[in-house]
Each structure stands twice: as structure tokens, then as C-alpha cells.
Design a protein around this ligand. Structure first.
Ligand code: ARG
Length: 476
């Protein structure tokens, strides 16, 4: 923060004989974290100035001088020529000081008809609506990285398979593309959640004043429209105390963080020596100061770890809001750091994960070898018998015996000879071998949402369309 230019601006000077105690001032100050709202506060101030003019409370010349001073202040904030000082309590106080420094007492006219209570709620909504779009743009980059990998492995001949796991045990083979798109689906829900959140966030608190509205003839509808909101808040008391939009945003961010942590954990597993499914590009890997052979997935681990602070931010904010009586209470100042941290965290993690995913190389041969391992085609065999009229219960049992036979003879299902097959069960005629292949098993999973290559291709096409629409929204 820069040096103090003039005396501190106190918004309630008239009523008080002494200034605040040093300890109060230090507890009270929020400008060190709410300064990032300056751009939005200035936008709202310009809209408010026009509304005061429309109400006949500012003449034409006053409006022009105010707007040009606000524009100048905005430029100086951007360039860093105007900075908050240690004496500015919050972003609103700092900007009022800047205005007073430029145009003197005319600056004080802007305070009419509004309060920091409706102002701060408005600023935070503006900030978050803007940043929700930035977060969505970064989510889309990660989705695109995953979809590009999926597309490449779907186009391979044959399409790259992978062992599908439940309980982290081999279950059934899947397409690698199908697994990658499963993550894309989760992120698509995150995007949808933010877009849906935006509809509820698009309500303007300005005009609510401190809590009860205003006796001045200001027009909340006009101010709302100018700031891109759908309309003004229908209840001024609710408007200055409602932080649902902040909590909901934190939830959307926390759930995106949980999804990132799951992808992160998968990358950690995939790139372990034991799995060996994939290798991280050097640019996204870290080494060890002592072990020369190490290549670590720190990006993925940080993505996994950062979910903790996102969940913590949400929990902290909900705890702050719980039990607060109407209307504005100073506790609400605690709403900002968790949402700012949520935004910062996602904007930090998402690009790193997008880079990690797009530069990662999968070991197709190893994936293909592992896809059938662990008797992963057992269900296919049982379902074949069902198609031949065998009750599933019996089919399940027969295949179960075959698996035990394999365990005893230390081999895989696909390796059992025709003679041995029929020795285990009369159902296992040599022609059952047709389904004991990974490509056959994959092609057979043709139900909607299944892992058959045709289904996965359709899924990918649908996701590409959806992401395209989301990108248009984010750019608006
Ligand atoms: N810095 C305050 C906040 O973030 C602004 C509103 C202050 N209002 C008040 N009545 N003290 O909530």
C-alpha cells in the first residue's frame, strides 16, 4: 500500500468525537483483501451517479464531472497511480477518498441513496459473475484437453482399451476414452452449476440502501439494468444480508475442487510404477533433491490437495452465515476471503491440470495388456451364457468356477485351452472364446452411455457441442 496522501476518510465523522482505537482499526480494515472489488465498485458508482441524475439530485454538469472523475480514478487504479493506504478501511472508503481528492465536495454527493451495505453486496455479485465466466473458460480448457486425449485414443486402431476398475480392482475392460470422458462429464456439471448459479446471482441489491430502501426517488431497475443484472432485489432487508450467492459459489467451486482431486488421484495412480498407464511430460513433473530417478506428479497432488481449502472455505462461510439475524452485520465482511480464495485456487489449478493432461502420454500397449487382466472378461462370458438361455445364477457360478481354476493354474481366463474350458463346465463350448477378447467385450457394451466405441464417439460429439455452447456463455 502506498503512503497516506490525505487524512483518512471517515464515513461517520459527524456523530463521533474521537477516532477509532488502533486495535479496532486493525480489526476492521478489509482493504487489503477487498481492493480487488475496486473495478466493480467504480462500475456501480457510475451507474448510481446516472440514477441520481435521473432523480434530479445531480445536475448535468455535476454528473459529467463525477463520471469523468470516476473514469480517471478507474484508470489510476488500473495503472497503480491510485492505491489504497493503510488508513483506508475498505475499498469503498478508499475510492471515496480518491474521488474527494479529485473533485472535492461533489464527490460526497454520490453517497446519497446508497450505503456500503447495498454497495458491497452489489460489488461482490458483480465480481463473482465476472469471475464465474473466467472459471468456466478454464474448466473448458481442461475439458478440451481431456476430450482431445479421448479423441486420439478413440481414433487409434484398435481404440485404446483400459482396465475398468471398481474397488480399485480389475472389473471390466473399458475404452480409455470412456474413462477420460467420465471426468469431462463431471466438469460439465460444474459448468452447468455455475451457469445455473448465475441466474440467481443476477439480482441487484443497489437501491436497498442500508436495509430499508430509500426516500430519494432513485430507480433500482435502471441501476440493475445498467449493471447487467436481471432486475433489482424485491426485498431490501434480504438484499443487504443475503450471501447465498457467495455460499453457492463456494459450493460450486468446492465440488469442482473435489472433481479435480479425483482426476488428480487417478493421474497419480496411472503414472505410478505399479500401474504404468501413463507418463507425465517433464514440464509438468517434478524431481527429487535426493533421488535422481524420481519423477513426481506434484501438479496432480496439488490439485488433489487444494480441494481441502475449497471445502474449508465453504464450511467457514456457512458457519459465518449461520444464525445471523437480519439485516447487515459486520460478520458479513468475512464473506470475501473464502470466495476470493476459491476463485484464485481454481484459476491456479485448472490451467496446470489442463497442461498436465494434454501433454501426458498413455502407454497403449500396457493398457491393452492389462485390460483383460484379473479375469476382466468374466462378466462377458456369463452374459453370453445368459443369451443362450442359461439362468444368470448358474452362469455366474460356472464362470466363478472357471476363475478359481485359473487362480489354481496361475493363468488368465483368456489363456484357458478349449479342452480345459469344457472340463470346468459343459457350458464352455469352444465357441465361447468369441467373447473372450477385449475388442469384442468393448463392442458388446452398446447400451446408451456404455463403453462401446460407437457410443463413446457419440458421447464425445455431444460433449463437444455442449462445451461449445458453454464457451459462448463464458465469453459473453
Ligand atoms: N467492508 C464492509 C463489508 O465488507 C462493507 C460494509 C460495511 N458496512 C457497515 N455498515 N459497516 O461488509
Amino acid at each position: 500500500m502506498g503512503a497516506e496522501a490525505t487524512g483518512p476518510v471517515r464515513l461517520w465523522g459527524g456523530r463521533f468525537e474521537s477516532g477509532p482505537a488502533e486495535t479496532l482499526a486493525r480489526l476492521s480494515v478489509s482493504v487489503q483483501f477487498d481492493w480487488r472489488l475496486a473495478r466493480y465498485d467504480l462500475l456501480a458508482s457510475k451507474a448510481h451517479a446516472r440514477v441520481l441524475h435521473k432523480a434530479g439530485l445531480l445536475d448535468h454538469g455535476e454528473l459529467a464531472r463525477l463520471l469523468s472523475a470516476l473514469d480517471g480514478l478507474e484508470r489510476d487504479c488500473q495503472s497503480g497511480a491510485f492505491r489504497p493506504t493503510v488508513a483506508d478501511e475498505d475499498v469503498h472508503t478508499a475510492l471515496e477518498r480518491g474521488l474527494l481528492e479529485r473533485i472535492g465536495s461533489l464527490g460526497g454527493k454520490l453517497r446519497a441513496g446508497r450505503s456500503r451495505n447495498d454497495q458491497v453486496a452489489t460489488d461482490l455479485r458483480l465480481y463473482l459473475r465476472d469471475h464465474a465466466r473466467r472459471v468456466v473458460a478454464r474448466l473448458i480448457e481442461l475439458q478440451t484437453a481431456l476430450m482431445d486425449q479421448a479423441q486420439q485414443h478413440l481414433a487409434a486402431d484398435p481404440p485404446t482399451p483400459a482396465p475398468g476398475l471398481t474397488h480399485t480392482q480389475h472389473a471390466q475392460p473399458v475404452l480409455l476414452a470412456h474413462q477420460l470422458l467420465a471426468h469431462v462429464q463431471a466438469f460439465a456439471r460444474d459448468v452447468a452449476r455455475l451457469r445455473d448459479w448465475d441466474k440467481r446471482a443476477a439480482i441487484s441489491p443497489l437501491g436497498s440502501g442500508a436495509l430499508a430502501g430509500s426516500s430519494l426517488p432513485i430507480d433500482p431497475e435502471a441501476v440493475a439494468a445498467e449493471l447487467g443484472f436481471d432486475g433489482p432485489a424485491p426485498n431490501s432487508m434480504d438484499a443487504v444480508s443475503d450471501r447465498d450467492f457467495a455460499a453457492e459459489f463456494c459450493f460450486a467451486a468446492a465440488l469442482a475442487g473435489v472433481h479435480l482431486s479425483r482426476l488428480g488421484e487417478e493421474v497419480v495412480l496411472w503414472t505410478s510404477h505399479e500401474f504404468g498407464w501413463a507418463e507425465i511430460d517433464d514440464a509438468y513433473a517434478t524431481g527429487s533433491s535426493i533421488m535422481p530417478q524420481k519423477k513426481n506428479a506434484d501438479v496432480a497432488e496439488l490439485a488433489r490437495g487444494k480441494a481441502g481449502r475449497l471445502i474449508g472455505g465453504l464450511t467457514g462461510l456457512l458457519t459465518t452465515l449461520k444464525g445471523l439475524p437480519l439485516t447487515y452485520n459486520r460478520d458479513l465482511q468475512e464473506d470475501k476471503e473464502p470466495v476470493f480464495d476459491a476463485v484464485d485456487t481454481l484459476l491456479l489449478v485448472l490451467p496446470a491440470m489442463a497442461g498436465l493432461v494434454s501433454s501426458m502420454s498413455f502407454n497403449s500397449e500396457r493398457l491393452a495388456r492389462q485390460a483383460a487382466a484379473g479375469h476382466a472378461l468374466a462378466t462377458d462370458l456369463a452374459e453370453l451364457l445368459v443369451r443362450r438361455g442359461v439362468p444368470f445364477r448358474e452362469a455366474h457360478e460356472a464362470v466363478g468356477h472357471l476363475v478359481v481354476w485359473c487362480e489354481v493354474h496361475d493363468c488368465e481366463l483368456v489363456d484357458v485351452s478349449d479342452e480345459d474350458l469344457v472340463k470346468v463346465s459343459q457350458y464352455f463350448t469352444p465357441d465361447v472364446r468369441g467373447v473372450l477378447s477385449v475388442p469384442g467385450a468393448l463392442a458388446a457394451r452398446g447400451t446408451y452411455g456404455g463403453t462401446a466405441p460407437t457410443r463413446v464417439a457419440a458421447q464425445l460429439a455431444e460433449l463437444r457441442d455442449r462445451v461449445q455452447r458453454d464457451a459462448t456463455w463464458a465469453a459473453a
